[in-house]
Design a protein around this ligand. Structure first.
Ligand code: B12
Ligand code: SF4
Length: 551
């Protein structure tokens, strides 16, 4: 794998550089733990963190069942880790610090510690220096994980493994039998990795690559059937971009007379339609959600196929409502103003509800941008929205420019330069980083919070809930809107710790009833017949009232 970014490490080291584990342990004597770190636990999770169940599947059977720990549910109990165990920790930038705490503690208990995930891919040395890592896996873990475990067991563990960008036909399907019962609302199945775009705030195109790696249809459908057997009707298609080939890309290849590119793009597009046709055969009570670029709004046949495939929701990266804002993030392929409203409405007209994602704190933003954005979100009829503050994530163009600009004179918080913001203790971590030409960080934060408050007021949620067809579904819409807001805005944006704690308690309280609204009765025999019969099988379950509560 060619990693696009090379980054300096934070200058504190608590572990010797040559700390490769030299222990040989019999497979039966060791437990493999897979830990998804989180500084905050809600008891119930909205979406299953897919990597846990993919690596669970990649763990060789000789080592027994892996112990899967998702700290977004409950914190890790360190006493479960014993000397000789292997602890795999997956980190993204936001949870890296908690991951390092766990790694350090696990190593102190005599375990072999291995880090992976996007942040470890970008900063492998940091995991060694601060997280107690014996080894770090950069890139995809699907293929390399068994090798790492075997090396650890035989005492030949390497400091670094390059997992690379594995081909789609080698993606390991998740092991959903490892799921803890009754804890998640949605399953997550990946259909494609990589994205051909190049947005300035996003690292996906640089780490996962710009070439879409689309998974075989059978493998995707089998996983979905597996989830449905366990009672999951809602599944997030955990893709970077579900629409990797836009009509504009085809037109461009045609204009250029680039025959091989055109064929390649057409093949990718045909595979998307094939997948959607198979999803359409699944029972009508299934609901899928994905992430997609706004260009899909131009593509009526694609949107119609999505509707038939039960893809009822899509996160659309709107980012900015002005042309200047779009230029700020290299997202010129998006529309602004009224054209934007029309494009977003188009999804709705085709039965795809939009979770609009908006960024605040762009250089061209002004005080008036906040209300203007909330207005657009409302006029465009988006069902859900998230208003995030521009955060320079490592591996992105924005991060590199910012790091270069603030350089060695970067402000420090708790002794840590803000260019290493993920190492600042959570409670002290700033919410806004890049200096803005006209607004203070606190103004951006407060205005962002106000937009969340406005968009998620009970009155407005109730009005939006008209998109649901039954009273029960409307109530579910209200609950999930409130939950989303509590989990995200009040714990992620608020600086006041009392508000954060209140939000956490609230989220814990409403998450449980919310989950019951999303799941259905498990159907252990589901999928044993052919696709078309699947639909009849499950619908009958629903009509008989055998399913529990569902939206
Ligand atoms: C689906 C998704 C979501 C979903 C679901 C999250 C969930 N519960 O799973 C939702 C929409 C909720 C979401 C939210 C957010 N996300 Co998100 N998300 C993704 C996405 C598109 C796919 C993740 C996924 O499931 N992939 C499939 C699994 C199998 O792949 P994987 O996680 O990469 O794991 C593989 C390897 O990394 C490796 N690996 C991973 N862990 C480990 C551990 C060990 C020990 C080993 C050996 C290997 C290993 O092996 C795995 C198999 O190959 C990624 C993009 C991406 N390409 O990663 C962004 C991504 C992870 N998200 C990102 C961000 C920023 C967020 C948010 C902060 C966005 C926001 N502002 O709200 C929130 C934070 C949520 C949170 N607190 O965790 C960034 C993270 C950037 C960074 N540097 O940290 C990414 C990379 C997208 C981006 N735009 O850059 N996200
Ligand atoms: S933000 Fe979305 S469209 Fe842009 S590069 Fe990342 S995954 Fe692709």
């Amino acid at each position: 794998m060619s990693r696009a970014v090379s980054v300096p490490v934070f200058p504190v080291s608590v572990f010797p550089a040559s700390s490769t584990a030299k222990i040989a342990v019999a497979p039966s004597a060791m437990t493999v733990h897979l830990v998804n770190p989180s500084h905050i636990s809600f008891g119930i999770g909205v979406i299953t963190p897919r990597w846990l169940f993919v690596l669970g599947a990649a763990t060789p059977a000789a080592y027994g069942l892996p112990n899967i720990v998702d700290e977004t549910l409950e914190p890790l109990d360190l006493h479960t880790i014993k000397a000789g165990d292997i602890v795999g920790i997956g980190i993204h930038t936001g949870n890296a610090l908690r991951g390092y705490e766990i790694g350090t503690a696990a190593r102190a208990r005599g375990a072999t510690v291995v880090f992976g995930g996007i942040h470890a891919t970008l900063y492998p040395d940091e995991a060694h220096e601060l997280g107690g890592a014996h080894a770090v896996v950069c890139g995809d873990g699907d293929v390399v994980w068994p090798l790492v475990i075997n090396d650890a067991a035989q005492g030949t563990l390497q400091r670094r493994y390059e997992g690379g960008r594995v081909d789609a036909d080698r993606f390991v399907p998740a092991r959903w039998d490892l799921l803890p019962a009754g804890r998640y609302m949605w399953g997550s199945v990946q259909t494609v990795r990589g994205c051909p775009k190049h947005c300035s705030f996003c690292s996906v195109w640089r780490t996962d690559g710009q070439k879409p790696r689309q998974r075989g249809v059978d493998s995707v459908v089998e996983e979905i059937i597996d989830l449905r057997r366990q009672g999951f009707r809602f599944v997030a298609l955990a893709d970077d971009n579900f629409y990797p080939v836009a009509l504009a890309d085809l037109a461009m290849a045609e204009r250029q007379g680039n025959v091989s590119r055109l064929e390649q793009l057409r093949a990718l597009r045909a595979e998307r339609f094939e997948l959607m046709a198979r999803l359409a055969e699944l029972p009508p009570d299934m609901v899928f959600f994905t992430q997609i670029t706004m260009e899909a709004a131009e593509d009526d046949s694609f949107l119609d196929a999505m509707r038939r495939a039960h893809i009822k929701g899509a996160l659309v990266g709107v980012e900015a409502v002005t042309p200047e804002g779009l230029r700020d993030v290299y997202k010129n392929f998006n529309e602004a103003g009224e054209a934007l409203v029309d494009r977003l409405k188009k999804f709705r007209e085709h039965g795809v509800y939009v979770l609009g994602s908006f960024i605040f704190g762009l250089p061209s933003d002004r005080a008036s941008t906040f209300d203007a954005t909330a207005d657009v979100a409302e006029r465009a009829g988006v069902a859900f929205a998230q208003f995030v503050m521009l955060t320079p994530y490592p591996g992105t163009v924005d991060f590199e420019a910012w790091e270069k600009k603030v350089g060695a004179s970067a402000e420090r918080v708790a002794g840590i330069p803000i260019t290493r913001h993920w190492l600042i203790p959570q409670a002290q971590r700033p919410k806004v980083y890049a200096p803005h030409p006209v607004m203070t960080p606190d103004e951006i934060r407060a205005r962002t919070q106000a937009v969340w408050d406005r968009f998620y007021s009970l009155r407005r949620i109730w009005v939006r809930s008209r998109c649901a067809q039954t009273l029960r579904a409307r109530l579910a819409f209200v609950l999930i809107s409130k939950l989303y807001r509590q989990m995200y805005a009040n714990t992620g944006i608020a600086t006041d710790s009392a508000r954060v704690n209140r939000a956490n308690r609230w989220a814990r309280l409403i998450a449980r009833p919310c989950r019951r609204l999303f799941v259905a009765r498990p159907l252990p025999a589901f999928g044993e017949r052919s696709g078309t019969r699947l639909a009849a099988q499950s619908t009958r379950g629903g009509r008989d009232g055998q399913e529990t509560e569902q939206v």
